[in-house]
Design a binder for this molecule. Structure first.
Ligand code: NQM
Length: 358
């Protein structure tokens, strides 16, 4: 099925329908999307990282989850399929997909789907609207970056700190100096490096196109990313889509703060779901780059944060616990997404994708 999940779009497969061998599976997915090619003209990818995504879904063996979800990023202009990151936007379509495909039954007016995110081992609970036993896509919920209104898919995350890097603050510090630039490296569901837009001579409200055509800026940010990746226990990140690089500045429209995020080579039209959870968490962290710009936050353990991005803002609720001696534990994050089934059917894969080169 082809689904919109939040502000992204991707193909959803049952694991059993794809080759079990990872290399064969990747060859098939590259051919399906039409990669590597900037236009993905011989496939059904949308020629942008946000529309070249795949969810591989299966029933979970565990008592603690209903569904296993593996996210795969199919690179557009490189022949690479990466499982190194999660995707919280595509996650929004996983519950509806599991019900649409008959893997799960609906359970009253709403169905809570407990999802095990295989990329990092983290868990999420997504609430799908299922009146009359069917997935309802129509509704009144609006998310910035998607025109119109749709049925709400509230999502809650528990225990996502350190999902990819092993710790919320992978360098062990709230601030680091990387290539002479002050950064905060954080992983609350997505590894993100926060930088001040002003350190790059930017206001922070530049458009994604403006930022992407600034080659000097892109090269500087990539150099910092490669160095930060090592500090964040991610090793050589030159072929990886993490960490994301988020330029932060003062809010423009009464939000908590403003962002522009490199994911990592294109600039996001909005901000990723887990990316925004990481940024929101950094806002609550004393001494972080984000906190310097954050407005309207209380010292309470639960805060509703509004992360501004190029097409609006992203609202995230973060619950933390502050212990003694600067201890900071993240308890929970909650947010709202929408999703929609766009198409179901067969995708045609060229024979050559099934041939081994050995
Ligand atoms: O951070 C884009 C997206 C994402 C990821 C990216 C995402 C997340 O918007 O959970 O959703 O940062 O690569 O789909």
């Amino acid at each position: 099925m082809l689904m919109r999940g939040g502000t992204s779009k991707g193909l959803y497969f049952q694991a059993k329908d794809l080759p079990a061998d990872v290399e064969a599976r990747n060859r098939v997915l590259l051919a399906v999307m039409g990669s590597p090619d900037v236009r993905q003209i011989d496939g059904i990818g949308g020629a942008h990282p946000l529309t070249s995504k795949v969810a591989v879904v299966s029933l979970s063996d565990s008592n603690e989850s209903d569904i296993d979800y593996l996210f795969l990023q199919v690179m557009v202009d490189e022949g690479i399929v990466s499982d190194a990151q999660n995707c919280g936007n595509i996650l929004a379509g996983v519950g509806p997909y599991a019900i649409e495909s008959g893997m799960l039954r609906s359970n009253g007016a709403t169905t809570d789907v407990r999802i095990h995110m295989l990329n990092t081992g983290a868990k999420a609970i997504a609430r799908v609207q299922t009146p009359r036993g069917k997935v309802e896509y129509e509704g009144e919920a609006r998310i910035d970056g998607v025109p119109g209104a749709s049925a709400a898919v509230p999502i809650e995350f528990l225990d996502i700190a350190g999902s990819s890097c092993g710790a919320l603050l992978p360098t062990g510090r709230v601030r680091d100096l990387v290539l002479d630039v002050e950064v905060t490296c954080i992983d609350n569901g997505m590894p993100v490096v926060l930088l001040k837009a002003s350190d790059f001579g930017l206001v922070g409200n530049e458009s994604p196109a403006e930022l992407e055509t600034n080659l000097e800026l892109k090269n500087r940010i990539e150099a910092i990313r490669l160095e930060a990746g090592r500090l964040m226990n991610l090793g050589d990140v030159s072929g990886k889509t993490i960490p994301k690089m988020s330029l932060v500045s003062t809010a423009q429209n009464s939000g908590t703060l403003n962002t522009r995020t490199f994911i990592p080579h294109r600039v996001h039209e909005a901000i990723g779901v887990l990316g925004s959870v990481s940024v929101a968490t950094a806002c609550m962290l004393t001494g972080s780059i984000a906190q310097e710009f954050s407005a309207g936050l209380s010292s309470k353990s639960v805060n509703q944060l509004s992360i501004e991005h190029p097409t609006g803002s992203f609202s995230v609720e973060v619950e933390i616990e502050r212990g003694g001696k600067e201890e900071f534990v993240v308890r929970r994050a909650a947010l709202l997404r929408t999703a929609r089934l766009l198409m179901r059917g067969e995708v045609y894969v060229p024979e050559r994708a099934f041939e081994t080169t050995a």
